[in-house]
Design a protein around this ligand. Structure first.
Ligand SMILES: [Zn+2]
Length: 379
């Protein structure tokens, strides 16, 4: 097993976290990273057996490219805006245990339904209409939102075998030797990475006469790095989103009001954690070198972060303000033909479930009564 040390002594300390996030994407042979704060190095473990492998050189070169791409990045320190954490308590750093459960059991299903009832209740409080959307995003939709351009490392494309007898037979033959790639056809469809793009597509090209609030739930898919996966971070996860489109002031107000409701619910359940600004708004390109000096908007994204009993932190909801960017991309305007503003709130339902089980176990006798009835929470 070859280990590579990447020198980051020249990197300003506030950019180090950002680099640590990105280094695992440099190569598929990377199996882990660790940060040596004293010597200012990132140690990268790989699956390689030979340090002369061209893949080692490739990692060094890609790391240089990555460094160049963040030269003009100005990182704003994350700001905590709500917290019920005890600052004195020293947090343990827990390594991912790579566990992958192959099914969700009945208790978990009941719990997720219960949690989702809370999220729907919050959405309904702001006049949301319920929606169901397909799991697949169309090519038109992807071209509008550009997610595949901004985050190629996250996407899953959908392929199929063309309805042509020769190709069908060829596919069958090739499959016997696990050789699939040649006869699969890709036509620009993707598994959804989030729900909200459907809401924008639904309103594409329209002049809205009033504010719009929609909510939908579905399985979402992101190609996570396999060794970073754990019970909170999975390739496939259940998400509910509340999407709101309207004028600028109203959008910010709704986003903040929902955030208050969610925080109140979070505390009522008994969770420990915080809401903090996030520095990676989902709609920004990660290739920042092309954009020149780049400043992350400080109020674009807040994240609700839960701390588990053994000190692991995980983001279980986000509160996003997208300015007029997505409405522009989908050509959604008010009746005076001014582009609208929008935002969305996303709940990682499996993550809420994991945090709940962490706190109260699978034994429903331990569950708090409040979880059965959200009425008191949302007055
Ligand atoms: Zn969204």
């Amino acid at each position: 097993m070859v280990t590579i040390s990447l020198d980051i002594s020249h990197v300003p300390s506030k950019k180090v976290d950002f680099l640590l996030e990105k280094v695992p994407f440099l190569s598929e042979v990377i199996t882990g990273i660790s940060y040596d704060n004293t010597n200012k190095k990132i140690h990268v473990t790989t699956s390689l057996n030979n340090s002369d492998s061209p893949k080692v050189k490739e990692i060094y070169e890609s790391f240089e490219k990555l460094n160049k791409s963040i030269e003009n990045l100005r990182v704003i320190k994350s700001k905590v805006i709500k917290s019920n954490e005890n600052k004195e308590e020293k947090k343990a750093v827990i390594k991912s245990d790579n566990q992958k459960k192959s099914f969700v059991n009945e208790t978990e299903i009941i719990l997720m339904d219960m949690l989702d009832k809370l999220f729907i209740k919050i959405a309904k409080k702001y006049g949301a209409e319920l929606r169901e959307y397909p799991t697949i995003l169309s090519q038109n939709n992807m071209n509008r939102n550009q997610y595949h351009i901004n985050f190629p490392q996250n996407i899953y494309g959908v392929t199929s075998v063309p309805h042509n007898l020769n190709v069908i037979q060829e596919f069958r033959q090739n499959s016997l030797t696990n050789n699939f790639s040649n006869s699969f056809n890709f036509q620009g469809e993707f598994l959804q990475p989030c729900i909200c793009y459907h809401c924008y597509e639904e309103n594409q090209g329209q002049l809205l006469t009033s504010n719009k609030v929609l909510t939908g739930k579905g399985k979402c898919f992101r190609n996570e790095i396999h060794w970073k996966k754990d019970q909170f971070r999975q390739n496939e996860f259940l998400m509910r989103e509340i999407v709101f489109m309207g004028n600028e002031q109203w959008v910010i107000q709704i986003r903040d009001l929902i955030m208050e409701d969610v925080w109140k619910s979070f505390e009522s359940i008994g969770f420990i954690g915080k809401i903090a600004t996030a520095t990676d708004p989902f709609f920004f390109s990660q290739d920042m070198s092309a954009k020149g000096t780049f400043q992350m908007m400080s109020n674009a994204k807040y994240e609700l972060i839960v701390t588990t009993k053994n000190g692991k932190e995980s983001s279980i909801a986000s509160f996003n303000y997208c300015q007029d960017m997505l409405c522009n991309k989908y050509d959604i305007k008010d009746d005076d033909e001014n582009s609208l503003y929008s935002g969305c709130v996303a709940f990682g339902i499996d993550r809420w479930k994991e945090a709940f089980i962490d706190l109260y176990s699978y034994d429903t006798a331990n569950w708090p009564e409040i979880s059965m009835d959200w009425e008191e929470i949302l007055v």
